[in-house]
Design a binder for this molecule. Sequence first.
Ligand code: BMA
Length: 328
Amino acid sequence: MVETITKNPTDHVTTSELFNRYEKNPILTPAEWPYRINAVLNAGAVRIEDETLLLVRVEDMRGFSHLTIARSKDGKTNWKIDDHPALEPQPDDHPEEIWGLEDPRIMYLEERGEYVITYTAYSSNGPRISMATTKDFQRFNKMGNILLAADKNASLFPYKINDRWALIHRPFIPIHYAPHGHIWISYSIDLKHWGDHKLIMKTRDGGWWDSDRIGLGPPPIETDEGWLIIYHGVKKTPQGRLYRLGLALLELEDPEKVLHRSNEWVFGPRMIYERIGDVPNVTFSCGAVADKRKNELSLYYGAADTTICLAIGKIDKIMDYILSCPKG
Ligand code: BMA
């Protein structure tokens, strides 16, 4: 019986070879957490000096999430998990956080000498994008809710593009009255006031793997050929939603221009820990670490909204693949 369960019926799928799962997945589970929680998932990731820092979304026993730091030298093993949240809901000062903080993306802004964390604040009116800054991951400055609509999956680019900060995000704005979530870009000169909103990537129709909604995964990764985007695509099935990951490439000087977009997903639920959990059939990423010297992209992802896993890809292979994909 156990054998039949652990055998993966989709082992023949080859596109996922762009990313190889770490053999000791999952790398972080609720069982090893220093305090009582339900699940760990969807961590932001950044390499600081000789450490990988994950800002982990932790779901407590009420169903609300907060963000806690875990650190590891090799980004794979010996995680040191803080015994307290780094960022938690403060509904008195930030009413939009009443039901928790979710899905952080971390970007270092050299010009400001600080990291900006974009996360979902779960308000009583639905998800909102909030920002917090930090220089050291010890003290944080919450900037609060930055955009009004129901919105998720946001990240900054690391520097101003044509004198403005740019933000990728996924508002729930119906297009032609269809309630799909598409990817947008917005601009600001001060990180506070956002405008010039433009739709840059849409869901695809009907049977496509990314037909229900799409959203940015990890923050944009700068390459010589463009901004590499790993995005999640969702397909609705009679048994629930399937969360997979695909690729796109945006023009460096004008990220509104989608140069290439993969027709196929490049990563999706296959292993038992991705198929079974609080929300089955979910691979969802908010953080990746690119090591250009080692030619490695470490993709951290939440598996079935229950644990955190790692898959590693070769950057040159990923770039060859996205450059061979159709124009966006
Ligand atoms: C999305 C987000 C993610 C979650 C996924 C699957 O809408 O809320 O945090 O991992 O659903 O449940």
